[in-house]
Ligand binder design. Sequence first.
Ligand code: MRU
Length: 354
Amino acid sequence: MIKTMDWRGNVLVLLDQTKLPDIIDFIACYDYRRVAQAIRSMEVRGAPAIGVAAAFAMVLGYKEIRMHGLSGTDVLKELEVFKRELIATRPTAVNLAWAVNRIWDMAVKANINRTIDSVDILESAAVKIYDDNISNNVKIGHFGSELLSANSTVLTHCNAGALATCGWGTALGVVRQGYADGKIKMVYADETRPLLQGARLTAWELEQDNIPVTLITDNMAAWTMKTKKIKAVIVGADRIALNGDVANKIGTYGVALAAKALNIPFYVAAPSTTFDFKMSTGISIPIEERNGDEVRIFRGKTTAPENIQVFNPGFDITPHDLITGIITEYGVLIEPYEDMIRQLARKLRRNIND
Ligand code: MRU
């Protein structure tokens, strides 16, 4: 399994996902601005991966500020600018703000207490976010695999795999574990227009691991579900509201509607860092709107009238009543989601205070 990122103390090395699957190339980010650019341009993408990359970006930013000789509140003033810039890079995935705020809180505490080794503290916190992401994905994989029956054919949308995380993946973590447990015989991967995360990344990632995968275009999903005996749909998430509404890659909502109509279980796999406990429903989740050229132009070739008006939302919201279960590192949440998500929030608060 290829690594999406590698922290080397003073540099964050990112796998350039815009070039996959043709070229395997890496970007060395020596300052937080280069990481911000990588997140914006989707060289690194996927909710957990951008969160962790942004945490390391905060560490790079903090080191830079300290090198300029600033101290106390001046450090925090500068760091707050970096924090805002990083959070604004991509608005939908809440993991990003979560990770940045976590490092920010530590910086505030360290500066108030005038902690001498504050750089080390921040760095260890970012490394822990990275490590926790992998171990949580493995737990998600185990809980998810238990939901599947032997030799199932499943369908997934976008890429919620090792490439979207620090390793193993969420939806594809379930697939990996399910395959190891003899639960999965085939994965259908939606190509995921317009940026083709399904075709370029999911198909590639599963093929690398010798997991049987069949690529389909997005408009084939409903028919594939009906005719290929799909036993479950498993997707990732960018943000989950308190009532269980889920923001994920554009097209997820349509897949969920088709799954409901065909009586196929629809699962969302996501770590607790993807929950936004302050957002009561999905309606308020900010949806990133991307450049229309992503739809007008395909791999450098114009495929629509040059100036045609385009609507290009990067994500959609799947209402909780279409979701059979949300697979987290703490277990599977089911309706009534609001009760279960509040319980999860309490558990996380207890863990932080322990
Ligand atoms: O625009 P992207 O490629 O960052 O979107 C990714 C997705 O929508 C994933 O499904 C989501 O981030 C979950 S990744 C574990």
